[in-house]
Design a protein around this ligand. Structure first.
Ligand code: SF4
Length: 767
């Protein structure tokens, strides 16, 4: 595991690339609030400022060993740079920062100028685009208007339609809505949801104790009521889209990170660079007083570390210690964190609770008292869940739901393994450690639970078969040690060793040939792993390259995805075909190169599937080559998110990954929803196999082959040699199987709906 960023590091940088805007929103904190520094700044960031800014970010990432940094283009309005100007900025950022760390680029825009040309530039540089929209037409036009007073609504909707196109969908990171309590909360929520965003951010209007927010009456918690109404509807809808505000509260209620500077006690790790190169603190401080965000430093004179140490930023990074006395005593401080720093300002200082204190308290209590339903099963699934999964272009939100459901299933399986443990048996300590970690580091436990081959072990272990039985329930300690290593939490546990290998899922394998079968003591410290067995001690720096005793789990990485190259997990060999042994370095490099190229193919040909794979694919398992050299691939019923494949070329791997992940999705869907009516065995003849198949296998085939046909359809459209014939074959197989399955009357209403949707998607395809 790569070492985590040092606490002092900044990881997000907001770049003001264009300081003017083509709208004149009256709630804009850049122009309409106390700080008026925009008046003296250059309109555009000049190339020398950009170069210096990118250099400072790269320098900071290198100094702190940051695995990634985020740069968000902001304004004003960044699209006012024009497509060419924007492309130059993006290219410069990638050129300077890209070689040092993984660079995530975002952009916040009002959207009104967005065009295909812009989208192509944004796609080329892989930019996540957030768009501001305050609700329906009336809500939006209350504030978001041109200087002339004209509405911006139609232009924004046109931009969102562009971002929903399959080619650009992956760019769209979500909607940002500033709350106005005079708007109807449900109408706003529905209007935002209708745009099919991948996330919604609700922001409270910036205000301070000196300049408080509008309320119908003093002391009225109208903002809490408004957000409660949205929350309750969102919850009743089955949480159809992530809403950062509510997700943050749900996360912090479990002791997790807040994921936003608006809430919680996570240290702020963000700084702003203005068009003239001045370092500033968060933009929201513009609402406090003129000059509030200023640091007195520029990218020419000061490094990011200097900014991080500046007094106000240091205070915003000090968690509970930086809060007012009243906040420190507050029962919901861990979730609220005093609200946004700027909202605490009044009478010349920040030692106040938030000006939204009463609203925040009421909202947090309400969300805590109304926790989300677990993912609803069968008839209780959100109405459009099946439709979202049936769409051949894929749907990240629905896959996210499947991932959540899978983690819940794995947690239940782990609890069952633990329940069956006799007192004091191997694994009992591991279970205790795992449950403690679930309170202190739930994200790390969830990460381990999401690994495909943890479920494969648990199922085998409970059934007393295969490698799961051989590893035994003591493997719970391996899971706990892996989660502790991920979280950097110290633990000491006895972990099973089988055939001389001690495996920590998702992390790597310690080689202990002298132990054979037995246990070894694992000690995790901050950034360290020590294993003792008899006279042997192995000390590993988890981020280090492999050595004679340590095989770290390697990753397959492309610019916007990272999955495990899983050639060490003892439970990976649950596929139809035998898993290959640990790859040598040359083999791993070949896999990495082929995967990166295959990922480019998927993004280019079927970007919607790339979105899905990014959300749900966790591991790729190399399979042993067959004698005839034919490319093979496989998924396993009990290993959602794992795809096994033989080594092949990039174009074939792209098809195999999409094809097999469809099977993985179908398996996960069958876990939460009955699709096949099991009242009688029905065998159906299909085009892709000589032998008649049961209804569930036909359903799998339809789902997978529709996706494969979709890829070949794109290739045929691009006149790739032979693609037309392959497309037709997969399309015809799928269409015939749909007809046969429908005639067999073998599906539940949910299964029928899924098949109908697949058929509907295919109906517009060329003959
Ligand atoms: S609810 Fe009020 S007192 Fe409590 S932490 Fe938030 S702002 Fe501070």
């Amino acid at each position: 595991m790569a070492p985590g960023p040092a606490r002092a590091a900044l990881t997000e940088f907001v770049l003001k690339v264009h300081a003017r805007c083509d709208l004149a929103c009256d709630h804009c904190y850049v122009y309409e609030h106390a700080d008026q520094s925009w008046r003296r700044r250059p309109v555009r960031m000049t190339p020398d400022v950009l170069r210096a800014a990118a250099g400072r970010i790269a320098e900071h990432a290198a100094a702190h060993g940051l695995p990634d940094v985020t740069v968000v283009l902001h304004g004003g309005e960044p699209l006012l740079l024009g497509p060419d100007g924007l492309g130059q900025v993006l290219a410069e950022l990638r050129r300077v920062i890209g070689p040092v760390t993984r660079l995530r680029i975002g952009m916040q825009t009002n959207g009104v100028l967005l065009s295909e040309r812009f989208c192509d530039v944004l796609a080329e540089h892989d930019v996540a685009v957030g768009v501001s929209l305050d609700g329906d037409r009336a809500a939006n036009d209350r504030h978001r208007i041109y200087r002339s007073g004209a509405s911006s609504y139609d232009q924004v909707l046109r931009a969102l339609a562009l971002l929903r196109r399959p080619a650009y969908r992956r760019l769209w990171s979500g909607l940002l809505c500033t709350v106005d309590v005079r708007n109807d909360p449900i109408a706003v929520y529905e209007a935002l949801l209708a745009q099919e965003p991948s996330r919604i951010d609700f922001l409270l209007p910036h205000a301070t104790w000196d300049d408080p927010p509008w309320r119908p009456a003093a002391g009225d918690t109208t903002y809490a009521r408004w957000l409660r109404a949205v929350h309750d509807r969102w919850r009743a809808d089955g949480r159809p889209v992530p809403v950062r505000l509510f997700d943050s509260l749900l996360s912090t209620a479990r002791g997790g990170p807040s994921g936003t500077e608006w809430l919680g006690l996570d240290p702020v790790d963000l700084a702003v660079i203005e068009t003239d190169g001045e370092w500033e603190q968060a933009d929201s401080l513009k609402t406090a007083y003129d000059g509030a965000p200023a640091t007195g430093m520029t990218v020419f004179s000061h490094a990011a570390d200097d900014v991080a140490a500046s007094p106000l930023l240091a205070r915003r990074r000090s968690g509970r210690a930086g809060l007012s006395d009243e906040c420190r005593r507050c029962p919901v401080v861990d979730q609220c964190g005093g609200g946004l720093f700027a909202h605490r300002y009044g009478a010349g200082h920040f030692d106040h609770p938030s000006v939204y204190c009463a609203d925040l308290k009421e909202l947090i209590v309400h969300v805590n008292e109304n926790p989300p339903e677990p993912v609803r099963l069968d008839a209780g699934l959100p109405d459009d869940f099946i439709d979202r999964l049936a769409a051949p272009t894929g749907d990240r939100v629905a896959i996210g739901r499947l991932v959540e459901a899978q983690i819940a299933i794995v947690r239940a399986l782990l609890a069952e393994v633990a329940d069956r443990l006799p007192a004091g048996a191997a694994g009992a300590d591991g279970w205790e450690a795992l449950t403690a970690l679930d309170r202190s580091a739930p994200e790390s436990v969830a990460r381990i639970a999401a690994h495909p081959y943890v479920r494969a072990w648990a199922v085998d272990c409970l059934a007393g078969t295969g490698t799961g039985a051989r590893q035994g329930p003591g493997y719970l300690s391996a899971l706990a040690a892996a989660a502790a290593l991920d979280a950097g939490v110290p633990v000491r546990l006895d972990v099973p060793v089988r055939s001389g290998r001690l495996h920590l899922p998702t992390m790597g394998t310690v080689l202990l040939p002298e132990v054979g079968d037995g246990t070894a003591r694992v000690e995790i410290g901050p950034g360290s792993l020590r294993v003792r067995a008899g006279d042997v001690t192995v000390a590993v720096s988890p981020g280090a390259a492999g050595g004679p005793r340590w095989w770290p789990t390697r990753r397959l990485v492309a610019p916007d995805v990272s999955v495990l190259l899983e050639d060490g997990d003892p439970h990976r060999d649950c596929h139809r075909l035998p898993a290959d042994d640990r790859l040598d370095d040359a083999g791993a490099v070949r896999w990495a190169e082929t995967f990166a190229a295959a990922w480019q193919v998927i993004r280019d040909e079927v970007p919607g599937h790339a979105e899905e794979l990014r959300t749900g694919l966790r591991a790729v398992v190399p399979l042993r080559r067959s004698g005839d050299g034919v490319s093979e691939a496989s998924t396993a019923r009990q290993a959602f998110g794992g795809v096994a494949a033989t080594e092949t070329d990039a174009g074939s791997l792209a098809v195999l990954l999409v094809h097999e992940f469809q099977h993985s999705k179908m398996n996960a869907l069958l876990d939460v929803c009955d699709l096949v009516d099991g009242t009688g065995p029905i065998d159906i003849t299909v085009g892709w196999r000589p032998d008649p198949r049961p209804a569930e296998a036909v359903l799998h085939g339809i789902y997978a082959h529709a996706a494969v046909a979709d890829i070949w359809r794109v290739r045929a459209d691009r006149q790739v040699d032979g693609a037309q014939a392959v497309y037709r074959q997969y399309r015809d197989w799928t269409a015939e199987a749909i007809g046969a399955l429908q005639r067999a009357d073998a599906l539940t209403p949910a299964g029928s709906r899924l098949v109908r949707q697949v058929a509907r998607s295919m109906s517009g395809w060329p003959s």
